[in-house]
Design a protein around this ligand. Structure first.
Ligand code: SAH
Length: 542
C-alpha cells in the first residue's frame, strides 16, 4: 500500500472514465486529476487504499506536448468540464481509446481503432445550462458546482455555453438581488430559487427560461419578464416547481409565466417542440452527425417496422420514419411522449406511434402481441439496457440493432449480453458531443445471423476505412482544400491515400486499394503528388 502524503515520481499511463490521469506505482493504480498521458510527474498521495490511490500533481517533470493553458478562468475549480488542460487532439484520442478499450475488454472485441468524429466546434456548443444558485453576503450568484461538492463556483462567461445563457443568468441574478428574491438553502430547505435553467434552440435561436423554485409563488414577475425580453430570442418563461429536498433539479410541476412554455428547434430537417423536461441532445451539429450515422447503420427500407426504445421526444424515431414503413417509439416520461406525438403531427408524419412505458416492459409486450420489429434502435440513459429490454430484443431478432450509447462501459456490458443472445458487433463509431467534458457517445451496429452479418461486415469492415484520419492532424477534406487553394488542383481521396502510403503514413489496411489483383486504379499524376506532399508538409504529417 502506498503511503499517504508521500511524494512519488511516476509516468501517467492511462485515463479513468472521468478523464483523470492514471499512474501505476508499486502495482497500485493512482488517479491523478489534471494529468496527461505520457507526463512524468511528482505525485503526492492524498488517499491510499490497497489496490488504488488518489494523488495530486506536485510538479510536472516532463510535460506533455498536449498540455495547454486553460481558456476558462475557473476551469480548475469548476466541476463542469474535465479537459481544459489538454488540447483537443489528445481529448479526442482518449475518448476514442475509451470506447475501443471498453469494447475490447468487456465485450470481447478485438478492435485496433474506431472511427472517431471529433466536434468541429469546441466552444459555445451546449444548448442547455442548469445553473445552481447560491448566496454570499446577501448577494445571489450562480455558476456550476465544484466537482464532488455543492459549492457553487461563480463564472461570468462559460466558454462552452452560448452567450445568451450567461446573459439570462446575469439578468435573473440582478433581478433577484434588486427585489430580494430569496435563494434556496438545501440544509434548511428554506428560500426560493434553486436553479436557473436555460435552453436555446441552436437553429431557431429561441430561448426558454425555467426558474426552478421551492414554491409556487413568485413575486415581481413582470419586472423579470421585462428584463428577459432584452435577451435575443427569449420566447418563454416557466416556473419549475420543485419543493422536494434532494439533488433532482426539476420537479414535476411547470407553470408557464410567459410565452408558450416550450420552444422549437430544427434537427435532421424536422421541427421539434421542447419543454423544460424533454430530453434533447445538447450539441446540435454533432447530434445530427450521430443520428445520421445511426440512420445509415439501421439500413431501413420502406417495408420495415422500426422500434425506437428510449425515444425521448422522438428525434431518432421521426428522423427514421421517412425511410421506414412504420416506426414505434417508447419513452417513460409522459411529457416527452406528448412532445413526441406533437412533433410527429407538426412534421406531418403519419407512420409514427409513441408509447409511454418502460422500454423493456413495452418491448416484451409488443413482442407478445405479435409485433415484428425489423430494426430496433436503442438510446438508453447511462445505466444502459435492463434485462427485459435485452430479452425482448433477443425475441424480436431484428435484422439490425442500432445501439446509441452515452456510456461506453454499459454499452460494452450490453454488447457482451447481446452477443450471448446471438448478436454480433458489426461496426462501432464514436462521436464527441461534449468537447472539454469526459462523456463520449457511440453508435454501434449489431446483427444476428450469418448471411446478414457477412453482408454488413463487407460494408463496414474497419480495414476499409482510413483510421489515421483524425490522428494525423489533417482530414481528407482539409488536404483537398489546401491543395485547391494553393495549386488550383482537385485531388481525390484515392490519390491522397496513395501518397499517404508512399510517405509511410498509416492508412487503413485496405482503404482505397483495388478490390482484386487485376483491377486497375488510376495513379496519382506527379503534379498532384507534389501538391499533396506540400499539404502533408504544411499539416506536419511528413
Ligand atoms: N433518443 C432520444 C432520447 C435519448 S435519452 C434522443 O436522442 O433525443 C434517453 C431517454 O430514455 C430519455 O428520454 C429518458 O427519459 C428515457 N428513459 C429512461 N429510462 C427509461 C425506461 N426505463 N424506459 C423508457 N425510456 C426511458
Amino acid at each position: 500500500m502506498l503511503t499517504k502524503n508521500q511524494i512519488y515520481t511516476a509516468e501517467i499511463v492511462d485515463y479513468t472514465a472521468e478523464g483523470q490521469g492514471v499512474a501505476k506505482i508499486e502495482g497500485c493504480a493512482v488517479f491523478v486529476p489534471n494529468a496527461i498521458a505520457g507526463e512524468i510527474c511528482e505525485i503526492r498521495i492524498e488517499k491510499a487504499q490497497k489496490t488504488w490511490a488518489a494523488g495530486k500533481i506536485v510538479k510536472i517533470l516532463e510535460k506533455s506536448p498536449h498540455r495547454i493553458n486553460r481558456a476558462c478562468p475557473v476551469a480548475k475549480l469548476c466541476g463542469g468540464c474535465d479537459f481544459h488542460h489538454m488540447d483537443y487532439e489528445e481529448e479526442s484520442r482518449l475518448k476514442m481509446e475509451r470506447v475501443r478499450s471498453c469494447l475490447n475488454r468487456m465485450a470481447g472485441e478485438n478492435l485496433d481503432s474506431i472511427p472517431m468524429h471529433p466536434a468541429p466546434e469546441t466552444t459555445c456548443y451546449r444548448n442547455k445550462a442548469q445553473y445552481p444558485v447560491s448566496v454570499h453576503k446577501n448577494r445571489a450568484f450562480a455558476g456550476f458546482f465544484r466537482a464532488g461538492t455543492h459549492q457553487v463556483i461563480e463564472n461570468d462567461r462559460c466558454p462552452i455555453l452560448p452567450p445568451e445563457a450567461d446573459r439570462v443568468k446575469e439578468l435573473i441574478l440582478d433581478w433577484m438581488n434588486q427585489y430580494r428574491i430569496t435563494v434556496y438553502d438545501e440544509t434548511t430547505h428554506r428560500g426560493l430559487i434553486r436553479h436557473i435553467y436555460v435552453r436555446r434552440g441552436a437553429v431557431s435561436g429561441q430561448v426558454l427560461v425555467c426558474l426552478v423554485a421551492n414554491g409556487r409563488k413568485l413575486n415581481r414577475v413582470p419586472e423579470l419578464i421585462q428584463r428577459l425580453k432584452t435577451v435575443p430570442g427569449f420566447a418563454t418563461l416557466v416556473l419549475g416547481v420543485n419543493t422536494r429536498p434532494g439533488n433532482a433539479i426539476l420537479g414535476d410541476e411547470f407553470l408557464t409565466l410567459y410565452g408558450a412554455g416550450w420552444i422549437e428547434d430544427t434537427l435532421c430537417g424536422l421541427t421539434f417542440r421542447l419543454s423544460p423536461r424533454s430530453f434533447y441532445q445538447i450539441n446540435h451539429d454533432q447530434t445530427e452527425r450521430l443520428y445520421n450515422a445511426a440512420i445509415t447503420a439501421a439500413g431501413i427500407t420502406k417495408n420495415d417496422t422500426v422500434l425506437d426504445l428510449y425515444c425521448g421526444v422522438g428525434t431518432i424515431t421521426l428522423a427514421m420514419s421517412r425511410a421506414a414503413g412504420k416506426v414505434i417509439g417508447v419513452e417513460v416520461i409522459p411529457q416527452a411522449v406528448e412532445d413526441a406525438k406533437d412533433n410527429a403531427r407538426r412534421n406531418g408524419i403519419e407512420n409514427a406511434e409513441f408509447l409511454c412505458a418502460d422500454a423493456g416492459a413495452a418491448a416484451l409486450e409488443l413482442e407478445k402481441q405479435g409485433v415484428k420489429a425489423d430494426v430496433v434502435v436503442v438510446d438508453p440513459p447511462r445505466k444502459g439496457l435492463n434485462a427485459d429490454a435485452i430479452e425482448a430484443i433477443a425475441r424480436f431478432a431484428p435484422r439490425r440493432l442500432v445501439y446509441v450509447s452515452c456510456d461506453p462501459a454499459t454499452l460494452a456490458r450490453d454488447v457482451a449480453l447481446l452477443k450471448e443472445k446471438g448478436f454480433a458487433l458489426q461496426n462501432a463509431q464514436a462521436f464527441d458531443l461534449f468537447p472539454r467534458c469526459a462523456h463520449v457517445e457511440t453508435v454501434v451496429l449489431l446483427s444476428k445471423g450469418e448471411v446478414d452479418s457477412k453482408k454488413i461486415r463487407v460494408e463496414f469492415s474497419l480495414e476499409d476505412m482510413d483510421m489515421s484520419e483524425f490522428q494525423d492532424g489533417a482530414t481528407y477534406p482539409q488536404i483537398k482544400e489546401y491543395v485547391l487553394e494553393h495549386t488550383g488542383l482537385k485531388v481525390s481521396n484515392l490519390y491522397i491515400s496513395q501518397i499517404k502510403r508512399k510517405c509511410g503514413i498509416e492508412v487503413g489496411k485496405n482503404y482505397n486499394l483495388p478490390k482484386s489483383e487485376d483491377s486497375r486504379q488510376p495513379q496519382c499524376p506527379p503534379e498532384k503528388e507534389k501538391a499533396i506532399r506540400e499539404a502533408f508538409k504544411y499539416f506536419g504529417m511528413i
